[in-house]
Structure formats: C-alpha cells, structure tokens
Design a protein around this ligand. Sequence first.
Ligand code: SF4
Length: 421
Amino acid sequence: MNGFLKTSQLPYCKGCGHDLIAKKSAEALEKLEYAPLDVIVVTDIGCHGIIDKCLNTHTVHGLHGRSVALGAGISFGIENPGKKVLVFIGDGGSTIGLQHIMEAARLNLNMSVVVHNNMLYGMTGGQTSGLTPRGFCTTTSADGNPFAGYDICELAHTAGAAYSSRIMGVGDISGELTEAFSVEGFSLTEIMEICPSYGVKLNPRRKLAEIVESSGRKTGVWKNERTGFVLEQGKKCNDLMEELKEVENDFPARLKGNLSLVLSGSAGEGIQSAATLLAKAAMRSGCHVTQKGSYPVTVGVGFSTAEVNISTEPINFHGIGVPDVAIITSEDGLTHSKKRIEGMKGGMLFLDDSLDAPSTGAEVIKRDFRSVGARSACLYAVFYFAMHTKLVDTEAIFMTIEESGMAAKMPLDKIKEKIQA
Ligand code: SF4
C-alpha cells in the first residue's frame, strides 16, 4: 500500500485483475512523484469503479461510458500542469463511450485512460462487450462471440492518441503504467485480464495469453509524435460565470417568507423568459430565487412551464408540487398544469380570459393576458401578478427588462396601460 491507496484489501473477487491494475497504477503515480491530491481519478460504471472509496486521490464516478468525457472536461479546466487526470474504464464502458475516447485521442488531451479489458461486462453478469474477442464465451454468447472485438488501441492510435499500449495484466506492470502516465497528451493503455467469476467459468481450460493471441491482438506500444493539447488550439472557452452580471439589490423587500409559482403556457410564448425576469426582479429585492423550466423535447411545440421559488431565506429544495400561485396563459399550459391547479387549496390562479378555470381552491383572477400578443401574454401576466399582489415591485421588473436589452422587442407601453387600467 502507498499513499494513493487507503488499503491493500481491495473490494474485488479473489483473483480479479482489477486488483493488480489499481495497485500498480498507484505505484506508477508514486514513481512519477505525484501527490495523491494532484491526481483526479475518474472511474466508470463497472467492477473497476468500486475502487473510488479506496483512493486518497480526488475521485469522480461517471455514468456508464462517460468517464472519458468527464476526464476531458477536467483536463480542459486544469490550469496547473502538475495535475494528473487518470480515467479508469472497463471494456464495456469503452465501447459505450467509444466516441469520447476517439475525441479525446483526436484532440490529444492531457489525460491517461486505463482500459480494464476482461472481455465482458463483469458487474452486470458476464455479458459480451464490444471488446470481447471472437470465440470468447460470455453469458450472452454461450457458444463464443461470433464477432471480432474492436481493437481499442488501433482506434485510439488512428484517432491521434500520443500513446496507445496493450499489456497483459500479470506481473509487475508498474513500469508500463509509469511510461503511459508520463505521456504528454493522450495515453490509452488496454490491460488484458480475465474475470474469474465469469470469464474463467465460461471459458474453462483457456488461458489469458492464448485468448489474446488467438484474437489477433498483440501487446505493444503505438505512438503519434504530437504535443499535448493546449487550450488556445481549440475553441475559445469563455468563462460563462464571468459573463454573468451580479443582480443589484436595489429594491426593498416586499415578500415575507416563501412563495412558489408555476407559470405555464405554450412553447415559443416567452414563458421561460418571463419567469427569469420575475426571478431577477425578486432578487433585486434581496430575495433568494430558484427557477426551473420544463417543456417537451420538441421545444417549439406544446407546453412550456416554469417553476419559480422566491424566498427571504435560502432555498434548500427547489421542487414545487402544488404552487402558491399559478399563472396560465394558454390551453397547452392549462392542460399541463391542471392537476396542480386542482390541488391548490388556496393561493391565486391568474388565468387568461379565453380559458375555463378548472376546479380549484385558489382565487381565480381572469384577465385578457393574450390581448398584448401571444408572445407577451406571460410577461403581462407576471406584471399583473406583481401589481395585484405587491409581492414583487413592478418597477424592478421594468428595470430588469431595460438592463436585459429586450425592451424594444416587448409591448411594454401596452402592458403598462393594461396594468394601470
Ligand atoms: S465480477 Fe469479475 S470483474 Fe467483477 S470483481 Fe469479480 S472477478 Fe472482477
């Protein structure tokens, strides 16, 4: 055990090659003189991934096949060259997320990927993966896989990886791993192993070396003479947080406690932007706010619903079941939010004149919201809500619109006229 591992008792089945890989990877990192917190290990779904809890490094556990994409994001964000991004992935994850590997290799991102290739999905019961060799028996190819597996090293090499290697997962592989982890740019090391729980049982009398050899795969190293990725080569990445303007707290607080709102209408009718304007106006009065949008995947048709929580206290849960206030400006919105409205035991329902109010315990307030045009109906309704309840300052909404630069696109004079009538 060294400083990278908390224990030498790793949580794998007896004889599993993942044990060797984890320990030898730790040795390689130590040889390269990384401190544990200089290393970010991203693991994938699979037995190898349960190593997280045994590591003293930073760890991120990814979705199946997405660990290389996560590692790529971390690699993009790291400015300190003394850090190491190391991705552990299985043969199943490698083929689920093959495109991520190809892109990371193509860009030659500064990261090392270790493919734990035991030739099947171990964690889920021994199924065939994209790297299972022809003839290898799994629980889903009992007579032997009829197809050849991908050559992951060749794919990474062809895509442009600075370094690709295939090694057998036996003996002291720390030297090979040290070489791979010291590469400037993208390195992928495929380590061949056999899962004792499924691979050995389903392929009795077969030895790892013979299986690899008969699959036509050779151990070795393949290199592309390239320098590692530098950010300036790629698309300029802006810091989106820096572009966000701080919302000034320039209006007195009006709300006491919490208020939850659901704004619902039709796609393309400005529901989300009206909700954002309301949320920002509330922030101007010193409130905490959350906003969440919901709409079909076909974003241009159907309903569009926004949920806004406003509170004088920090908001720890942003879900809204039954809201305090519902603002409904179209049939689509009413259909989508009907059940919630029916569940309201009090509060207020602001409803367009064209719609029939469902059965509800809320006070129903009907107005001609759509008279200012469908695209501004929700904005008018938000102003009307603010004016009617006095919980949010209408001036704060107007100022937020002015600052957003959207004023010219909105019928503000008409809305002002309407709410003052
Ligand atoms: S099921 Fe197979 S891959 Fe998973 S820990 Fe056990 S031996 Fe290793």
